[in-house]
Design a protein around this ligand. Structure first.
Ligand code: GLY
Length: 457
């Protein structure tokens, strides 16, 4: 039986640890740096998933030593920051099997301009774009361009780095936020300004094993805006419908069909992977996440490519996928993806994210995620959830008396499954109402907020 280390700390990483925990080959899943939410879920309570406290999680040599000491058979690196910082490079130098690309290859996500250039050069569907190194040039460009744009930080921004603009005023402000105010730090030293596209977003995933590609023939839809489209009051108060990276997800996407999956593989996946393997000569082993748009003219284009699973996309895909995750992970490492059979169950899944909403601050109020939010609110109601509900934790911490408390903006994912989308949605919304983020300093007010339109295509 095998030991696995999942390296990460968000909801996707918790879900990844949970999925490895379902494998018939796995005895123990270590989760580092992890989050204490896992201890409040059945596999954490049974110590099938064990939280690992590393003295310095950014010291990758320490991670490698941990793997050697605990006889880790496979490490799956869930998020982009450790990939870009070279965790896989260090682990593989110790001959530790890994899922995830080396730092050079993670450039696909950490340098949007690089990826956009190779996609455009190869003629792969991609909206028009320009790259800017200083705000004055960017401002001048958007003043003259005439059509709506999306302003993107060039570097990593936890899936939140794209600001969708309605007009010139929005675009000027977004450039100021990213390049001058540095809302995403150094990732905003450069921006990509891209034509705004309308249509349906599709999140599509493939695994690469260094020579073959294994596309998941299933896709889902992420809901990136912070608020429901009809929540005009909040949108106005927050100065726009801000990109959170994800407030929820559902799967299967209403457009899943063999012809569209085939088309995505033919038009998008194969040409991109051909460049990675054959032009760049990269021995890429890991996930590729294609953020796509299908526009009203039936044109398929790439918004972004990432080097890890999507969050919250993985939380629903993992529930729907019946294939053993350890078999996939080992096949990625050993170059044997041709031996994997993908099996999907017949259920529909909805992931509703519980976020920190408005709460009392020491002076005045916290408006709530994605702006300033409170922390330390006790999470209650988990024991009241239906047995079939899965909860994956993200921004949480442990407190001596209050036990599990909120510690981030996106706090938890509640995933409900049922035989129809309508039933999955109903179950999800019935159950999320049982969870509360209690503010003891303010008459036990509930500070949780969630979107009410997740799973409405
Ligand atoms: N769902 C957006 C992301 O993972 O980047």
């Amino acid at each position: 039986m095998a030991n696995v280390l999942v390296y990460g700390s968000g909801g996707r990483d918790h879900c990844l640890a949970d999925k490895y925990g379902d494998s018939q080959h796995v005895e123990k899943v270590y989760f580092a740096p992890g989050n204490p939410g896992v201890l409040y879920t059945p596999k954490g309570k049974r110590r099938l998933i064990e939280l690992v406290k590393l003295s310095d999680p950014d010291n990758f040599t320490e991670v490698a030593k941990f793997c050697k000491e605990h006889r880790i058979d496979l490490v799956d690196v869930g998020s982009e920051n450790p990939l870009s910082a070279g965790l896989v490079d260090v682990l593989t130098s110790y001959n530790i099997p890994c899922v995830g690309p080396k730092a050079d290859y993670a450039r696909i996500e950490s340098d949007r301009a690089f990826t956009d250039f190779f996609l455009k050069t190869a003629g792969i569907g991609k909206p028009e774009y320009r790259v800017f190194y200083n705000p004055n040039d960017a401002w001048k460009y958007v003043k003259n361009i005439g059509y709506q744009v999306v302003i993107k930080a060039n570097g990593l921004a936890a899936g939140k780095g794209a600001i969708v603009c309605n007009d010139q005023e929005d675009a000027l402000a977004a450039i100021d936020d990213i390049m001058v105010k540095k809302m995403f730090g150094d990732s905003g030293d450069r921006v990509v300004i891209e034509e705004r596209k309308y249509g349906t977003e599709i999140s599509f995933f493939v695994y690469l094993d260094g020579r073959q590609v294994f596309p998941l023939k299933m896709f889902c839809q992420d809901y990136k805006p912070a608020f429901d489209p009809d929540d005009i009051e909040s949108i106005k108060k927050f100065g726009g419908n801000l990109n959170t990276g994800g407030t929820g997800c559902y799967c299967p996407h209403q457009l899943v069909s063999d012809p569209l999956v085939n088309r995505i593989i033919r038009e998008i996946v194969h040409p991109t992977v051909n460049i990675i393997y054959n032009d760049f000569g990269w021995n890429y082993k890991g996930v590729l996440y294609f953020g796509l748009n299908l526009d009203p003219d039936n044109q398929l284009e790439i918004f972004e490519i990432n080097v890890r699973h999507g969050d919250p996309e993985f939380e629903v895909l993992a529930r729907k996928l019946s294939t053993d995750m350890f078999e996939i992970g080992m096949a990625v490492w050993e170059g044997k993806l041709d031996q994997i059979k993908q099996v999907w169950n017949q259920q529909y899944y909805v992931d509703i994210i519980g976020m920190e909403g408005r709460s009392k601050a020491s002076r005045g109020w916290n408006p709530g995620y994605p702006k300033r939010y409170g922390k330390g609110h006790q999470i209650t109601g988990l024991d009241k959830l239906d047995k079939s509900i899965a909860v994956y934790f993200a921004g949480v911490d442990e407190h001596d008396e209050k036990q599990l408390v909120t510690w981030g903006g996106r706090v938890l994912h509640l995933v409900a499954g049922a035989e129809t989308l309508e039933k999955a949605r109903k179950k999800g919304y019935e159950n999320i109402q049982k969870i509360k983020f209690i503010d003891h300093k303010q008459d036990d007010a509930d500070c949780m907020r969630y979107r009410r339109t997740i799973g409405y295509p």
